[in-house]
Structures are given as C-alpha cells and as structure tokens.
Design a binder for this molecule. Structure first.
Ligand code: ATP
Ligand code: MG
Length: 174
C-alpha cells in the first residue's frame, strides 16, 4: 500500500532525501515523478541527473523561482498561478496507477506562503491511487497533513554552512 511521507523542518535534507528515495526505487525499476512547486527558474543538479533516471523518473518544474526573496520580481498572483498549475498536475499524477512514487517538492512551503490552500492539497492527497507512494517536502508542514501522513521527518538544523558565510556549494546545495 502507498505511504504518505512528509519531509519538513528547518534543516537541510528535505529535497535530497526525496531524491534519495527516487534513486533507491530506480534500483527496483520503479516509476514516478517529482513536481517542483517553487523553484523553477534557477539551475539545480537534479534537473539533469533525474533525466539519467529516465524513463523511470521524470521532473516537472512548475514553480516560478524563489518566492519573495533574492531576484523575485514576480507578483504573488504569478506564483499562485504556477503553484495551482503544479497542483493540477499533481492530481493527475497521484491518480495515475502507473506511478509508484510521486514527490511534491516544496508543497508544504507553498501552502505556508499562501500560494495554494491546505484544503486543495488534502483533496489531492485523498484522490491518490492506493498503491502510489506520495512524498511531500518543504518546511512548515501543516498539522492536518502531518496527521494524514504515515512517516514524518523533521530535519532539524544543528548548523548550516550558510550561517558562517559559506555560500551554497555546487552538487551539495543545488
Ligand atoms: P536540500 O535540497 O539540500 O535537501 P532542503 O530541501 O532541506 O535542502 P530547501 O529549503 O529546499 O531545503 O533549501 C534548498 C537550498 O537551501 C539548499 O541549497 C540547501 O542547502 C539550502 N538550505 C537548506 N536548509 C538551509 C538552512 N537551514 N539554512 C541555509 N540554507 C539552507
Ligand atoms: Mg527543498
């Protein structure tokens, strides 16, 4: 039976843990998709390396870049539209019994930012085909989603290089 897995918390490792599961599952020739809810305009390694897991795993980037920080010049409505689009795709993917694993990256954070509603996300979860494993990542997972999930991990930051002024490292951070 398909599990609902949540990777949340303020420490590093939420997305990479989900990618690790995809890598592991690929070893059994399992299939699925990662849908990125927020990051879309920057380059990150998994964009290319997931294509090496093709055709088993796909990456769909619907997000419009980093919301509200750095070079974000887009109005919130643009981000909302992109996140809603990602959620519509997610509904199709979780209902598709050909998928073994569906990863919804940063979906928790998208709810936290008000880009999509918790109600819509729970409705998506409830439409999941029973055998599909669903992984939801992002900080600030809501109580209701945590309650619905089977496995919930909170990445707890002990320290992060960024705090010492060490910039994001290729292959490690992106
Ligand atoms: P990763 O993709 O490395 O698993 P993540 O998914 O847990 O990280 P995100 O919030 O998606 O965390 O952030 C992605 C980027 O931000 C990565 O470059 C990561 O190293 C960095 N990052 C994660 N947590 C922190 C933190 N507590 N402080 C500073 N940077 C962080
Ligand atoms: Mg992440």
């Amino acid at each position: 039976v398909g599990l609902i897995v949540v990777n949340t918390g303020g420490g590093k490792g939420k997305t990479t843990a989900a990618l690790g599961i995809m890598l592991r599952a690929c070893g059994y020739n399992m299939r699925g998709v990662m849908i990125q809810f927020i990051k879309g305009s920057w380059f990150y390694g998994e964009k290319k390396s997931l294509s090496r897991l093709s055709p088993n795993f796909r990456l769909i980037t619907a997000g419009k870049g980093f919301v509200g920080i750095l070079d974000d010049k887009l109005p919130k409505e643009e981000h909302q539209r992109a996140a809603k689009e990602a959620l519509d795709i997610a509904v199709d993917e979780v209902r598709n019994k050909d998928n073994d694993i569906v990863v919804l990256d940063e979906i928790n954070y998208a709810i936290h930012l008000g880009l999509i509603s918790e109600v819509e996300v729970i409705s998506m979860i409830n439409q999941k085909y029973p055998t599909v494993h669903l992984i939801l990542t992002g900080n600030f997972a809501t109580e209701q989603i945590i309650n619905l999930a089977d496995t919930v991990t909170e990445m707890k930051e002990i320290k992060h290089a960024y705090q010492k002024g060490k910039k994001a490292q290729i292959g490690i951070d992106y």
